[in-house]
Design a protein around this ligand. Structure first.
Ligand code: BES
Ligand code: ZN
Ligand code: ZN
Length: 490
């Protein structure tokens, strides 16, 4: 999709479609062209309500407020609804309430790119008339002049971050036999070749050498060998170093603790954390952010077979801790344990985050719209919460660790068990399991993000179509962008 930012008057711009945003409370009080027709047809500018005035090619979009989080979802929903109607170009005004407040602009552009996404790789009939060209008019709207440069920058970054989200969505949506660990490794290499990123891939030989035995155990029964992917963005004189680790289970059958049929469908999405890391790294390189960022993906398939790892096995993780396997479906934490150790060995980071579709319990606890954020200390958790809820439009909430839940991971025969002995608090116990693999140096700068809820969408909501949402990409990009401006903690 191409975006053009211009100071031309909106009425002078030629396009197939004009997108007009109406703020709910303004609909009654301020002048809105076509108000009569809109009211007559029942349009009342409710949030995410839209109306296509076909004879004038105007798409009216209702939004609760002018906040970027509202604008993003309102526009995305409208575009999704009118996708495939043949519009190839559109124009839109800016609606900025302050000359420096480019947030709305960013929400708008992200809404357009995210709303226009569809996964049609496997459809015989593809939509050929896609929305391609968007013109944004900076025509004076609030009696102040907009700074063209900062507007252009906001549009570019919004486009990069939404396109990276779409890239992640496509990885996640791709079926497990077309997207397995080697596929992800190839994609990472290709990405590095086309950009300034460095890429290092670990295959079975290297994983053995690195003593990543818990990851290898999970991977053993699959015909697709595992990979660990390390992508890095290394600018000169970076302001900080950030590592992001993603769970990349290209399929999670549950292993010998096999999932029931109904629970197994959609488990192609168990690679969402890893796919998010790939999207984030792509965007970071394109934005050329002055932060050193390392992305690690543990790409593994959890299957059954004669050589599958078993409940009752005891595994030795990379850091030497022994783990009694009591459920092979709690495999994500085993993979992450080793990849977290590897990431900390390779990079002494100022911040380390991991993203994973780790537990069904997190979805039960906070609902399927929200990610659960955990850690040993408040600072990195707050960084994630601020970047997500306030600006990226992704929802996230804090889940607290406590010493009593920690004790439920004890094992009689090993250092710890891979599942808790209580059925409650599963998201927290999984997070506390991971904390066993965070070393002293990183203890207070690590946060774990359980994206099991929002990563895969059953019924479209907001800017997310049904299927993969690309959860984690926008929130993490905003966090890193904030760090680069020196206001990461605020
Ligand atoms: N990948 C699943 C978690 C999951 C569930 C993600 C639903 C997305 C939607 C994970 O590997 C898993 O199976 N976890 C188990 C842990 C249990 C065995 C302690 C779970 O949540 O049931
Ligand atoms: Zn599982
Ligand atoms: Zn899993």
């Amino acid at each position: 999709m191409n975006f053009k930012v211009t100071t031309d008057k909106i009425s002078n711009i030629k396009s197939d479609l004009e997108i007009i945003l109406i703020i709910k409370k303004d609909f009654e009080h301020t002048f809105v062209q076509d108000a009569k027709v809109l009211k007559k047809s029942g349009f009342s500018a409710n949030h995410e309500e839209s109306y296509l005035l076909a004879n004038k090619n105007r798409l009216y979009v209702g939004s609760e407020s002018i906040k970027s989080t509202d604008v993003r979802s309102a526009i995305a929903v409208a575009l999704r609804e009118f996708k495939g109607k043949g519009f190839q170009s559109a124009k839109i005004g800016t609606y900025m309430s302050h000359p420096k407040c480019t947030a709305v602009l960013r929400g708008m552009v992200e809404g357009i790119v995210l709303g226009n996404y569809s996964f049609d790789t496997y459809k015989s009939k593809k939509n050929t008339k896609e929305l391609k060209n968007i013109t944004i008019s900076l025509e004076e709207y609030h009696n102040f002049e907009l700074d063209l440069e900062s507007c252009k920058r906001a549009v570019v970054n919004a486009k990069i971050s939404a396109e990276a989200t779409n890239y992640t969505r496509t990885i996640v949506n791709t079926p497990p036999d077309d997207c397995y660990p080697e596929t992800l490794a190839k994609m990472a290499k290709k990405m590095a070749k086309k950009s300034t990123l460095e890429c290092n891939i670990l295959g079975v030989k290297e994983l053995k050498k690195e003593k990543m035995n818990t990851l290898l155990a999970v991977a053993r029964a699959s015909r697709h060998a595992p990979r660990v992917i390390h992508l890095s963005h290394k600018p000169e004189n970076p302001k900080a170093i950030v590592s992001i680790v993603g769970k990349g289970l290209t399929y999670d059958s549950g292993g010998l603790s096999l999932k029931p049929a109904d629970y197994m469908v959609t488990m192609k999405a168990d690679k969402s954390g890893g796919a998010a890391v790939m999207g984030i790294m792509k965007a970071i390189a394109q934005m050329n952010i002055p932060i050193e960022v390392h992305g690690f993906v543990g790409a593994v398939e959890n299957m059954i077979g004669g050589d599958a790892y078993k409940p009752d096995d005891v595994l030795v993780a990379k850091n030497g801790k022994t783990i009694e396997v009591r459920n092979t479906d709690a495999e994500g934490r085993l993979v992450l344990a080793d990849v977290l150790c590897y990431a900390q060995q390779e990079v002494k980071a100022d911040y380390i985050f991991d993203m994973a579709t780790l537990t069904g319990a997190c979805v039960v606890g906070v609902g399927h719209y929200t990610s659960g954020v955990m850690g040993n200390s408040k600072m990195p958790v707050d960084m994630v919460l601020n970047a997500s809820n306030k600006i990226s439009g992704e929802m996230a909430t804090k889940l607290d660790f406590n010493r009593y839940l920690g004790k439920t991971l004890k094992s009689d025969i090993a250092d710890l068990s891979n599942i808790s002995n209580t059925r409650y608090g599963g998201a927290v116990t999984a997070g506390m399991f991971l904390s066993e693999f965070i070393d002293e140096d990183h203890k207070n700068c690590w946060a774990h993000i359980d994206i099991a809820g929002p990563a895969f969408v059953e019924h479209a909501w907001g800017e997310n179509p049904s299927g993969a949402s690309g959860a984690g990409v926008r929130m993490m990009l905003r966090l890193i962008e904030k760090l680069s401006r020196g206001d990461g903690h605020s």
